[in-house]
Design a protein around this ligand. Structure first.
Ligand SMILES: [Ca+2]
Ligand SMILES: [Ca+2]
Length: 395
């Protein structure tokens, strides 16, 4: 027994020396043995409106490795990670702070409430499909084909307003000047922005992305003309992998416009002879700013020439306003024929001369306000019936 005891004492001295030498290492417990227990602690900062860019700052004690769970499928092992929450929800963010020497860890969970992006609605499209096009419309709406999506996306509930456009663009681009919003076509902060080229709309998307701490989707080699006021982008390219605002693809636009409807109009009616009776026209007027209540001036409280303020009519089932009429809306796509067969996240032709615009305008007849209708314009087309709204993918 005596030999064993001596051996134990010797082993104890060796272990103590080992621990003391380890104590000189920055990452080990500071007072030798036993190791201190880690205490998880962190703070966070950033916007709480989706897409929310949140910076996490670790304040844990006695820890040297970190495991973050953001409660949205995302994770990180960085000490001070930056994470983007794309959806409006309450997230229970958990940090597990561990000490690699002792093998001990501690966790801390904080609920972070993220609100929806201002003026946008979440379009549930992930793993959804719809029939794009129309068998009874124009040739370019055919063939009707199945389109599906791999992600949800946010979409502006209204066309971009003159007020929002002016506020953002005036602080985003040196040399910006206000577009010519002629009062006879509807001028005012709540009226939609018109007389904007496709390039102006793309610059708006980039400006809004920068404003919200997101990526720029559009790159270009030069801006020709006045930024935001009838400018063209030279050498423009679109990076769909970036996390930022962009113009909707035609497929996203039509899916969102239909809001589950397969009829010509999102409120479930078929075009021609509709709208025929006064009751039909009244119904049409309740959903759309179009020829009858905007171009063809008719005296009355709700009828006047030009664009109307956004969201002055009833929304579709997804809460989107003015998807039929008020202004045609720029899409991201070059215009081209549909290809046969099913498509997943289609983005249109790789190049072209015209961009697609959708939805008809305040000067349009009903046929052009159908959900499937396609119209094309050169990107630098200055006209008072084209505006836009933007989308943001949920990755
Ligand atoms: Ca519209
Ligand atoms: Ca057409």
């Amino acid at each position: 027994m005596q030999r064993v005891k001596s051996y134990s004492i010797a082993l104890g001295i060796i272990l103590t020396l080992l621990l003391l030498s380890c104590g000189e290492d920055d990452t080990s417990p500071t007072n030798g043995s036993p190791a201190n227990n880690p205490v998880a602690d962190f703070t966070w900062s950033g916007s709480t409106m989706a897409p929310a860019v949140i910076t996490f700052t670790n304040h844990s004690e006695n820890a040297n490795h970190y495991q973050w769970d953001f409660d949205d499928g995302g994770a990180s092992t960085e000490e001070n990670p930056v994470h983007i929450f794309h959806n409006a929800a309450v997230y229970g963010v958990m940090l597990i702070a561990g000490d690699s020497l002792s093998g001990k860890s501690d966790s801390m969970t904080v609920n972070i409430t993220i609100g929806k992006p201002l003026g946008m609605v979440l379009i549930h499209a992930k793993d959804q499909s719809f029939q794009m096009g129309s068998a009874t419309g124009s040739a370019d709406e055919m063939p009707v084909h199945t389109v599906s999506f791999t992600h949800d996306f946010w979409m502006d509930t209204t066309e971009v307003t003159q007020g929002d456009y002016e506020a953002l663009m005036s602080v985003s681009y040196a040399g910006y000047t206000t577009p010519n919003w002629n009062v006879s076509y509807g001028a005012g902060a709540r009226h939609p922005a018109f007389e904007v080229y496709w390039g102006d709309a793309a610059l708006y998307c980039n400006a809004r992305s920068r404003h919200d701490g997101l990526d720029s989707v559009y790159t270009y080699t030069a801006i020709l003309g006045t930024p935001g006021n009838l400018c063209q982008l030279e050498g423009v390219s679109v990076d769909f992998t970036k996390n930022g605002y962009r113009l909707p693809t035609e497929a996203k636009w039509e899916y969102a416009c239909r809001a589950g409807s397969s009829a010509d109009f999102f409120w479930g009616k078929q075009c021609d002879p509709y709208p025929e009776t006064p009751a039909d026209t009244a119904e049409f007027n309740s959903y759309a700013v179009w020829y009858s209540n905007a171009w063809e001036f008719v005296a009355g409280d709700d009828n006047f020439f030009g664009t109307h303020q956004v969201a002055s009519k009833m929304p579709n089932a997804y809460g989107l306003y003015d998807m039929a009429g008020n202004l045609y809306e720029w899409c991201n796509d070059w215009y081209g024929e549909y290809s046969d067969g099913a498509a997943v996240d289609p983005t249109g032709p790789a190049s072209g001369d015209w961009n697609s615009v959708r939805g008809g305008s305040w000067g349009s007849f009903p046929y052009y306000l159908r959900s499937a209708n396609r119209t094309f314009m050169v990107p630098d087309y200055q006209y008072y019936f084209i505006g836009f709204r933007v989308v943001l993918p949920v990755e």
